[in-house]
Write a protein that binds this ligand. Structure first.
Ligand SMILES: Nc1nc(=O)c2c([nH]1)NC[C@@H]1CN(c3ccc(C(=O)N[C@@H](CCC(=O)O)C(=O)O)cc3)CN21
Ligand SMILES: O=c1ccn([C@H]2C[C@H](O)[C@@H](COP(=O)(O)O)O2)c(=O)[nH]1
Length: 264
């Protein structure tokens, strides 16, 4: 994952000191893009061990349209705990916008079903977009969407996806976001009978929190390893039918995990 290490090095070399909402302080840069060819392996960071279980369950949870952390808690995933209210609710975050975006006249739009339909019937469309950035709902969300908008693109029978992420926690969030959207792209490709193309990750405010700098430098001192391979149960042909057991990551041999506190 040279692309990820290059991002870390770039922000260390060129980033500006910036205050932030959490009071932690960051070193930050604005506007950065990484590309991952999904035929060259699954883009999981190898310079620290990533907890894939959390990533898969979070993605299944988004696709269910769920915005309560109960499903995550039942599967021992804790990454959203700090933001939920006393009933486990996060407000109308990703799952709600992806599957049931409310219209002014009272309908609900299932953006995921719509993009699957368009990919199957009109793959050359330049409008294959999912937006979580629902301006009218933002003040009811526990956290405004970071991965705000993504677009699919088909050429030569290959499916690519580009994500716009407005705010990117390079040490903790970004490795999760890359793996999650790479996996989503592969799942969408499978159900639409397309080959794997690229995942393109475009970042707005890309920052390293001041209490993650040592962890970043440790990762930069480690050598990269061959990317693992993600096997997906080929029998699943419906985007909403994937289960945790349908995924099998092979040959993931990362360096040891590195701890870092999450800024709330
Ligand atoms: N500051 C901040 N960074 C984020 O990346 C982030 C937020 N806030 N708020 C909302 C979600 C929650 N996300 C999170 C939250 C925690 C971890 C985290 O603690 N990761 C650890 C443990 C992983 C695990 O338990 O599975 C890690 O080492 O990766 C990662 C992503 C991504 N988002
Ligand atoms: O998927 C995610 C979700 C969140 N983040 C990070 C980016 C920021 O560090 C915080 C959000 O704080 P804001 O003040 O709302 O920007 O969470 C991420 O990297 N990936």
């Amino acid at each position: 994952m040279k692309q990820y290490l290059d991002l870390m090095q770039y922000v260390l070399d060129h980033g500006a000191q910036k205050h932030d909402r959490t009071g932690t302080g960051t070193i930050s840069t604005f506007g950065y893009q990484m590309r991952f060819n999904l035929q060259e392996g699954f883009p999981m960071v190898t310079t620290k061990k990533l907890h894939l279980k959390s990533i898969i369950h979070e993605l299944i949870w988004f696709l269910k349209g769920d915005t309560n952390i109960k499903y995550l808690k039942d599967n021992n995933v804790k990454i959203w705990d700090e933001w939920a209210d006393e009933n486990g609710n996060l407000g109308p975050v990703y799952g709600s916008q992806w599957r049931s975006w409310p219209t002014p006249d009272g309908r609900l739009i299932d953006q995921i079903s719509n993009i699957i339909h368009t990919l199957k019937t009109n793959p050359d469309s330049r409008r294959i977009i999912v937006s979580a950035w629902n301006v009218a709902d933002i003040d009811q969300m526990a956290l405004p969407p970071c991965h705000a908008l993504f677009q699919f693109y088909v050429a030569d029978g290959k499916l690519s996806c580009q994500l716009y992420q407005r705010s990117a926690d390079i040490f903790l969030g970004v490795p999760f976001n890359i793996a999650s959207y790479a996996l989503l792209t592969m799942m969408v490709a499978q159900v639409c009978n397309l080959e794997y193309g690229e995942f393109i990750h475009t970042l707005g405010d890309a920052h390293l929190y001041n209490n993650h700098i040592e962890q970043a430098k440790l990762q930069l001192s480690r050598d990269t390893k061959t990317l693992p391979v993600m096997e997906i149960n080929p029998e699943v042909k419906d985007i909403f039918s994937f289960r945790f057991e349908d995924f099998n990551l092979k040959n993931y041999e990362p360096h040891p995990h590195i701890k870092g506190a999450v800024a709330v």
